[in-house]
Ligand binder design. Structure first.
Ligand SMILES: Cc1cc2nc3c(=O)[nH]c(=O)nc-3n(C[C@H](O)[C@H](O)[C@H](O)COP(=O)(O)O)c2cc1C
Ligand SMILES: Nc1ncnc2c1ncn2[C@@H]1O[C@H](COP(=O)(O)OP(=O)(O)O)[C@@H](O)[C@H]1O
Length: 205
């Protein structure tokens, strides 16, 4: 059994790791107690509560530090409402993601890893219900691959990785305002991802 140092069980939380250790040999299990983990320089210990708080604030940089890995969601690319191509920005829509650690509604820079081709594409990512329109019920994760228009990603298994939060989700008055803003997001994502690439190659041995 693997438990944290502050693990409690039983009535009123009277059981603690010491008691578990005593009970182990009587019932045929062994006990490992794990110390709190702190991200470098942090007072607060790593916990799922903390990670959820950061994700709810769209802070994917902070969440990645606490998780010890980037924030990602994985799913299959499914058909959406075919509006992306009309806007000039087709977006690969992810199927309902299981075990999702999706960050708050908003717009992000990141990467789309295509498991079927092994290609890692730079992307501008949208999370939410696209409130400019009133016909999207389910929260969606959708990614526009930068500088591409001829991809066919339907049916592919992909992982979307979030590296930077760009802004919150906005209900625009019309399509033109939305298109205008997406073009700015794409430019912003391009420059953030260029920095991300530089810093991750600087980490290489
Ligand atoms: C970079 C980016 C930013 C977006 N920002 C918004 C937004 O602020 N408000 C909104 O309603 N939809 C936003 N969207 C989502 C679009 O409305 C959505 O991609 C479009 O309707 C296409 O949907 P479809 O894939 O179902 O065809 C954004 C999409 C991208 C790629
Ligand atoms: N640059 C791109 N980024 C994402 N998807 C692209 C891109 N170019 C082509 N596609 C294809 O277009 C589809 C998305 O187009 P879109 O009009 O948004 O349709 P849907 O509403 O079905 O998502 C993707 O699933 C993918 O197959």
């Amino acid at each position: 059994m693997l438990v944290g140092v502050d693990f409690r069980f039983g009535r009123g939380g009277a059981g603690n790791p010491d008691l578990l250790r005593k009970l182990g040999p009587l019932h045929g299990f062994t006990v490992d107690v794990v110390d709190d983990v702190h991200p470098e320089g942090a007072e607060r210990r790593v916990s799922s509560t903390w990670i959820r708080e950061l994700l709810a604030a769209g802070d994917v940089v902070g969440a990645a530090k606490v998780l010890g890995r980037p924030v990602t969601v994985t799913g299959e690319v499914v058909h959406g409402l075919k509006r992306g191509r009309e806007l000039g920005f087709p977006t690969a829509n992810l199927s309902e993601v299981i075990d999702a650690l999706a960050p708050a509604d908003g717009i992000y820079a990141g990467w789309l890893d295509d498991h079927d081709t092994g290609i890692r594409h730079p992307a501008a990512i949208s999370v939410g219900t696209n409130p400019t329109f009133d016909d999207v019920e389910r929260r969606q994760v959708e990614a526009h691959v930068l500088d591409e228009s001829g991809l066919d990603l339907y049916g592919h298994q992909v992982t979307v990785e979030f590296t930077d939060h760009l802004r919150g989700m906005v209900a625009f008055e019309g399509m033109d305002a939305l298109i205008h803003q997406i073009a700015r997001d794409v430019a912003e994502a391009r420059s953030r991802l260029a920095q991300d690439e530089r810093s991750s190659s600087a980490d290489m041995p």
